[in-house]
Design a binder for this molecule. Structure first.
Ligand code: ADP
Ligand code: ZN
Ligand code: ZN
Length: 749
């Protein structure tokens, strides 16, 4: 994302509309800009821009937001005369959206070529927040007892319980007083108790900014001071916090949080990759600020979402830690943003509005006028280039905290040291595991493949078991006794005979997944306590927390995991990390395959030797001379990234040039291809712009949809949004064919 694009509009004071005037209301619907409505008499001068309102919409009611007039969006179609406009129905009792948020919505819409309505939908994702908040009836003592009230020991017990002044619900009072609910109600009827209907949404406890963090080292202090200074000063300022794993980045950005929270009513947002939102992180936060933060991600239940959304809007929620969608919460007074693990590929949203949360966090900070810290041990190439160009201030942490040092790295050349047939661990790695276990220390084995085996093949006829609706193999999950498609979720039992030639006992599992590795490990190290950590085995945050506790507490010896184990955990007794297939991410590589594999392996390696005991990392590779493996061995990530940058610069690849992917899909292959050809025919011909395709996507079919891709490649100065919008609008596809535009694509599948 280019910095020029980040320019702000001119601030205009919001003005509420008079009765009878026209207001624009943006509704959370795709394909819609703001629509015109009339201000009814009763709402004169109350409908300020940003107000959340209910309006009539083709016979039903919809929630929308009064949209500022000076923005790019304009209602489609002709302007209706005032008297034909429907009136706004009511104003919802939540604080209006600030201009920082309405502008952010406009910005994301313009950048991603999504409708404003589709972006707004992400801000209004909690319908329950706009209804009445349920209340529960509580009772408290009346200020004076009514004259002549008959007292009994039971009644006296109730009054005694409530003597502290705290309102309580009838069952609680009854149980504390040892009486029946009826006694409580009787007292209320007699006028001795007053009933209070209290919202079920309790306010969030406020963080304590007087607690002190740990004593920071020299370089940590320097980084923390820079961030604190920027937060104190206010105003947009982006930082790259580039520190090796275990160097204390979290402690450093906590200082920024602490500074931001000093001021009354300010709010902070910490974005993390969804799976990095660990119990360990939350415990550290609680230790530092005395409360748990508001947590926001897809697993949070409806009631809690309503409570959180409203509290963010009123400013009552001071700290939000969340996955990418937290960017679209209606903060009242956002004072600081951190994006932790900023390089993480999961920040790119691949459905609906295709945006990159790291980039958009910088835009959000700019609109809110606050500092933003992008933290990582392996900053993305895009961020590094922004830092090189002086757009981001770089804060470096070069040392691990305390006596911990970075682990020793070694490659195992699998051509010279192959594992025995049907096994996946080389003799060297097996020996290292033995020694580590003998020393009473822990081992982590990393293999980024869920299930037992990625492919099931018939030995007789060569048939491969595929998903019925995707061009993908089904993955065997032996723990669950199923075959599963990792693209659409389709599941079926493992067949006894080959579906094609019907041979019995002819199906073989090919290649390893973590479950198969588990089989090998438990066979080789039958005494060791071994566990598998994947998104299949750890369905809930509490399950994850339990396993993490077991590892940290030394109740497990070997952990086998997918990328879920790479994120941010701190296990002091873990000293050996074995990367079972260091080449895995490099195969079939796209633009960022090398960079991503490097980042992932640095993160896994970073789990080893985080405390007093030094760590060791073994990388099993069939190509140890590959630059990624070499960069890990030499520890010279800078040189590796410099080579990556040079290569991208030479070919004008992002961020030195621009890419836009156009993905066409539909149930009929011929129709999809037809739209592709039509697009190719009217493709823009312009110097510095190349277009390839339509070509069948590498995943030609997902969920029964046939897929073709086109890729637009442009020199950096070209305004691709305008170009692509004009281009795509020239083709009117059949309604069965979907055209998806992906600005800055990360997936090329
Ligand atoms: P990173 O986020 O860079 O991987 P962390 O912030 O998780 O690093 O720090 C690694 C470990 O070192 C954590 O357990 C953290 O509490 C500890 N730590 C870091 N800095 C300090 C410090 N100055 N004093 C005490 N403990 C520290
Ligand atoms: Zn067969
Ligand atoms: Zn499928």
């Amino acid at each position: 994302m280019s910095q020029q694009a980040l320019n702000l509009g001119i601030e205009e004071p919001p003005q509420a509309e008079e009765a009878g005037a026209r207001v624009q209301v943006l509704l959370p619907l795709p394909l819609a800009g703001p629509l015109d409505y009339r201000v009814p008499d009763g709402m004169a001068n109350q409908l300020e821009p940003g107000a959340v309102v209910e309006v009539p919409l083709s016979g039903r009611k919809a929630i929308g937001v009064v949209w500022p007039k000076n923005t790019s969006g304009k209602a489609s179609g002709k302007t209706l005369p005032l008297k034909k406009l429907k009136p706004v129905e009511r104003i919802i009792d939540v604080p209006p959206f600030g201009t920082d948020l309405t502008r952010f919505v406009d910005w994301v819409s313009a950048y991603t070529l999504s409708s404003q309505g589709a972006v707004l939908r992400m801000c209004l994702s909690v319908p329950a927040a706009f209804g009445d908040v349920p209340v529960k009836r509580h009772y408290a003592c009346a200020s004076v007892l009514p004259d002549g009230i008959r007292m009994t020991p039971a009644r006296e017990a109730v009054l005694k319980v409530l003597a502290d002044g705290k309102p309580r619900m009838a069952p609680e009072i009854a149980s504390l007083a040892g009486v029946s609910d009826g006694v409580v109600r009787g007292l209320a009827d007699a006028g001795a108790l007053v009933a209070l209907d209290i919202s079920v949404d309790q306010p969030y406890p406020q963080p304590d900014t007087n607690l002190k963090g740990p004593k920071l080292s020299g370089e940590q202090t320097e980084a923390a001071e820079a961030i604190r200074g920027a937060v104190w000063e206010g105003g947009f300022k982006p930082f790259l916090l580039d520190g090796i794993t275990g160097s204390g980045k979290t402690e450093v950005y906590f200082e920024g949080l602490a500074e931001a929270l000093q001021e009354k009513g300010t709010q902070v947002l910490v974005l993390v990759p969804e799976i990095a939102l660990t119990s360990q992180w939350l415990e550290r936060f609680e230790a530092r600020f005395g409360v748990t933060p508001v947590v926001w991600h897809s697993e949070v239940g409806q009631a809690e979402r309503r409570r959180a959304w409203r509290a963010v809007a009123t400013g009552d929620a001071r700290v939000v830690v969340g996955a990418r969608s937290a960017l679209f919460l209606p903060f009242k007074k956002l004072a600081f943003i951190t994006v932790d693990e900023e390089h993480d590929p999961s920040f790119k949203q691949e459905e609906g509005v295709l945006y990159h949360a790291r980039d958009m966090a910088v835009v959000r900070a700019m609109q809110a006028g606050c500092p933003v810290v992008l933290a990582s041990a392996t900053p993305s190439l895009e961020t590094q280039v922004n830092a090189d160009e002086g757009k981001y201030q770089v804060l470096k942490l070069r040392e691990r905290h305390g006596v911990a040092v970075l682990p020793e790295m070694r490659a195992v050349d699998m051509r010279a040291e192959p594992p025995e047939a049907g096994t996946w661990l080389s003799p060297i790695l097996v020996r290292e595991i033995e020694e580590t276990l003998a020393a009473g220390e822990q081992v982590m084995l990393f293999l980024n493949r869920r299930g037992y085996a990625p492919l099931t093949l018939c030995r007789t006829c060569g048939h491969r078991i595929e998903c019925p609706s995707c061009s993908a193999w089904l993955v065997e999950h032996r723990f669950r006794q199923e075959l599963q498609c990792h693209h659409c979720g389709h599941m079926e039992p493992i067949p006894e005979a080959c579906p094609t030639c019907e041979s019995k006992e002819s199906l073989v599992a090919c290649g390893p997944g973590v479950e198969r590795l588990f089989e090998e490990v438990t066979r080789r190290f039958s005494e060791a306590r071994t566990s598998v950590m994947t998104s299949d085995t750890m369905m809930s945050p509490s399950q994850t927390a339990a396993v993490v506790k077991e590892i940290a507490g030394g109740h497990l010896d070997i952990v086998i995991g997918t990328q879920i184990v790479t994120k941010g955990y701190h296990f002091p007794n873990l000293t050996l990390v074995g990367v079972v297939d260091a080449d895995l991410g490099l195969r079939g590589g796209d633009l960022r395959a090398g960079e991503r594999t490097y980042q992932q392996l640095v993160q896994v390696a970073g789990r080893a030797g985080r405390a007093e005991k030094p760590g060791k990392v073994l990388l099993q590779s069939y190509e140890p001379e590959h630059p990624v493996v070499q960069a890990l061995l030499t520890g010279d990530g800078d040189a590796f990234m410099a080579a990556e940058k040079a290569a991208r610069a030479q070919y004008h690849m992002p961020p030195y040039g621009k890419l836009v992917a156009i993905i066409l899909s539909g149930p009929e292959m011929a129709e999809v291809l037809e739209v592709g050809r039509a697009l190719a025919k009217v493709a823009p011909v312009e110097h510095g712009v190349d277009i390839v395709g339509p070509a069948p996507a590498p995943m030609v079919r997902i969920r029964g949809q046939h897929r073709f891709r086109m890729l637009l490649h442009a020199k950096k100065h070209i305004k691709v949004q305008q170009l692509v919008r004009n281009w795509v609008l020239r083709v009117k596809p059949k309604s069965s064919v979907r055209i998806k535009v992906d600005i800055d694509p990360y997936s090329f599948m």
